[in-house]
Design a protein around this ligand. Structure first.
Ligand SMILES: O=C(O)CCC(=O)C(=O)O
Length: 257
């Protein structure tokens, strides 16, 4: 990790995010990017953009990323030693313009836990850069310290192209743009963000792909009290420490070597 665990914990508590965290070696970056390239070629760009959800259940490379010791060390510094893997989700933004341009796709300002049905509404996301992610290609943007303002009301985005599941968006008057920060990451680095942190991202105005894998974790005392925005219940997996609360039945997992 580029940040010591104690500094990470402090940054997490005060700012609601921590970055950049070096989690993958150069060899791993190459390997995981090749794996994603193959997945994208198999499933097509329409799915690769935003529909690759919870593929840790069937794809070994996603499973490995979600269990990567450096990823879990960072998550532990944020939420403690007992960690459940809640979900995983690729966010792959393609260039907005050009021969294969897909238009101005963006992620509206939102808080993750709003539609997740969790009680307490606590989660952490590790966003691992599969490609370099910068201002030009629409890196993640966060509003510093906004996780301390509780749950904000969400409306619907008026602009076309919001990649979020139910087109949710926090109204502009509730977003303190003066505290917005671009989270630029090199491939293989990760950022962590709190489930209550206001965040989003701009369209990809470069000629480069911007792919990241967002992996969601919770501590075991969090339970799910209502279905999430996709109308389903999470299948949480213990990835470190112990789960004394047992709020989530252990999901069936494919056999692994
Ligand atoms: O990748 C993005 O642009 C947005 C990601 C996001 O909203 C998340 O990981 O919670």
């Amino acid at each position: 990790m580029t940040i010591a665990a104690s500094a990470l914990t402090q940054q997490w508590e005060v700012q609601g995010f921590a970055a950049p965290l070096a989690v993958l070696s150069e060899d791993e970056v190459r390997h995981y990017r090749e794996e994603f390239d193959r997945l994208e070629a198999r499933e097509g760009r329409d799915r690769a953009e935003i529909k690759l959800i919870d593929r840790h259940f069937d794809l070994e490379f996603v499973w490995r990323l979600a269990h990567h010791p450096r990823v879990l060390d960072a998550v532990e510094a944020a939420i403690g030693p007992n960690i459940l893997l809640l979900a995983s989700h690729f966010f792959c933004k393609y260039p907005a313009v050009g021969a294969e341009g897909r238009g101005e796709r963006f992620v509206a300002w939102h808080q993750d836990v709003t539609y997740w049905g969790l009680e307490p509404p606590l989660a952490v996301s590790g966003w691992i850069a599969i490609d370099d992610s910068d201002v030009e290609n629409g890196c993640l943007r966060v509003v510093r310290g906004s996780h301390r303002n509780g749950l904000l009301s969400h409306g619907r985005a008026e602009r076309e192209g919001n990649l979020l599941s139910v087109n949710q968006a926090i109204p502009p008057e509730l977003v303190d743009l003066g505290k917005a920060v671009d989270v630029c990451l090199r491939a293989g680095q990760m950022s962590l963000h709190h489930g209550l942190l206001v965040h989003g991202s701009n369209p990809n105005r470069s000629s480069r792909r911007r792919c990241g894998l967002s992996i969601r974790y919770i501590p075991p005392d969090v339970r799910q009290v209502t279905p999430n925005s996709l109308g389903s219940f999470w299948r949480a997996v213990l990835v470190r420490g112990e789960n004394r609360s047992r709020h989530f039945p252990p999901p069936a997992l494919p056999p692994r070597a």
